[in-house]
Design a protein around this ligand. Structure first.
Ligand SMILES: *Cc1c(COP(=O)(O)O)cnc(C)c1O
Length: 416
């Protein structure tokens, strides 16, 4: 975390080294822009939004929800999710294992990276009590057996390769074993495991529940083909959030489709259903205030970018909702802008388009929304930029998939 206290006598850091540096609490982004006039980006966090998402999954997903820590490893967020009922955590590195074990001593950790260092497996098992591991090869199975001294209390989840065609971000090439290898691996893992699982990932921001139905068909074929008993079916992550131009069906639809597909599996009477939501649990948790340092036509030079919290906006063209923060709302028409970030290279560019009033200019503050997932987590200090304060706010995120709340910036979220 980069620390830099707001120099207005308000600095009141309350978190330990791995947590956010929470300086103060305000009602909303406009209040912060007006009273602090921050010269550097400010991260806003909305604990109520993360807690609402966690309760939604805890109450409505027809199985167990593991939070995928990589989406946002903030220790504040981990505690919020824990308090809202998330007891299981999907971790992918030994650093994530240590972080969650230290932050939430009661949590159950599941090491769901299919290619791990043997030392990481050993430390996770012997020191941190991790019993759940994923794998997609016989080599990894050997590694797990060696590192745990042939433990008899393992839950081993075999990762199947499934299509990412319905997702905005593919996870189809790197991991997962194909149909021809699954039988031998399931058979071998069954011998080594106390409990055997099957898992997959349909790709991030999956825009239709059909993706899960198709993947569950792969699970069914794998179970039938290998003729093994399966104790866990884990449908992974990929649950969407809402962004401009990406409005998925309600999450309840995903849960229904998954629930029905699970019930039709030959093992449903004895197996547990799991999911590993990352994005869906934390996208609404945070947003960012940036300042426009220069305008050049329809290009805005802002003070955060590709090396900050806007990696996805730059590198995969993700569009986030934006709002101009002015005490008196602009009456100018909305027009499309692109952004340049603060570093010195052309890569630090976000094509958007981002819709803002036509009179936006240098000195204006903007709020960029829906950055809780894969935003804050990717920030670097490249080129001397990247310092950010974290401030708790009580207002609604710019958009939500969790009902009840209004869509604050409907014009930004609905169309373009
Ligand atoms: C990244 C990841 C997740 C979370 O994915 P989202 O699309 O953010 O829900 C879950 N499981 C695994 C194995 C992952 O790699």
């Amino acid at each position: 975390m980069h620390k830099h206290h707001i120099a207005l006598g308000l600095a009141r850091p309350v978190e330990a080294a791995t947590g956010h540096d929470i300086a103060a609490s305000f009602d909303d982004a406009l209040g912060i822009a007006q009273s602090l006039r921050p010269a550097e980006p400010v991260t806003l966090v909305r604990p109520h939004a993360a807690a609402r998402a966690a309760r939604f999954f805890a109450e409505k997903f027809p199985g167990k929800s593991l939070y995928a820590v990589k989406a946002n490893p903030s220790t504040d967020l981990l505690r919020i999710l824990w308090d809202a009922g998330v007891t299981h955590y999907d971790v992918a590195s030994i650093a994530e294992v240590r972080l969650v074990a230290a932050t939430l001593p009661g949590a159950t950790l599941c090491f769901m990276h299919p290619v791990k260092a043997e030392e990481a497996i050993a430390e996770a098992y012997h020191l941190h009590g991790v019993r759940v591991f994923s794998l997609d090869s016989l080599d990894e199975l050997d590694k797990i057996v060696r590192a745990t001294d042939s433990a008899s209390d393992l839950t081993l989840c075999v990762r199947l390769r499934v299509s990412s065609e319905h997702a905005k971000l593919s996870l189809a090439s790197k991991f997962g074993c194909g149909p021809s290898d699954a039988r031998a691996l399931l058979f071998a893992a069954r011998q080594a495991a106390d409990a055997l699982g099957l898992c997959f990932h349909v790709g991030s921001q999956s825009m239709t529940p059909q993706a899960y139905a198709e993947a569950m068909e792969r699970v069914r074929l794998a179970i039938v083909d290998a003729a093994v008993t399966v104790d866990v079916v884990d449908v992974g992550g990929g649950f969407p959030s809402v962004y401009p131009g990406m409005e998925p069906p309600p999450l309840e639809r995903y849960f229904e489709v998954i629930g029905r597909a699970f019930e039709s599996l030959p093992v449903s009477y004895s197996a547990e259903l799991w999911a590993e939501p990352g994005r869906a649990l934390c996208a609404e948790y945070s947003s960012l205030i940036v300042r426009v340092e220069r305008r050049r036509g329809d290009e805005l030079f802002i003070n955060d970018g590709a090396y900050g919290a806007l990696f996805d906006a730059a590198h995969i063209g993700w569009r986030f909702p934006v709002e101009l923060l002015r005490g008196e709302a602009s009456r100018a028409k909305l027009m499309p802008f692109s952004f340049y970030g603060p570093t010195c290279d052309d890569l630090d560019h976000m094509s958007g388009p981002f819709l803002l009033p036509a009179d936006v200019g240098a000195g204006d503050y903007l709020e960029i929304g829906m950055l809780g997932a894969y935003g804050a987590a990717m920030r670097t200090g490249f080129n001397g930029f990247g310092a950010t304060e974290t401030v708790v706010v009580a207002d609604e995120p710019m958009a939500t998939l969790y009902g009840g709340a209004v869509e604050r910036v409907a014009s930004n979220v609905v169309k373009l």
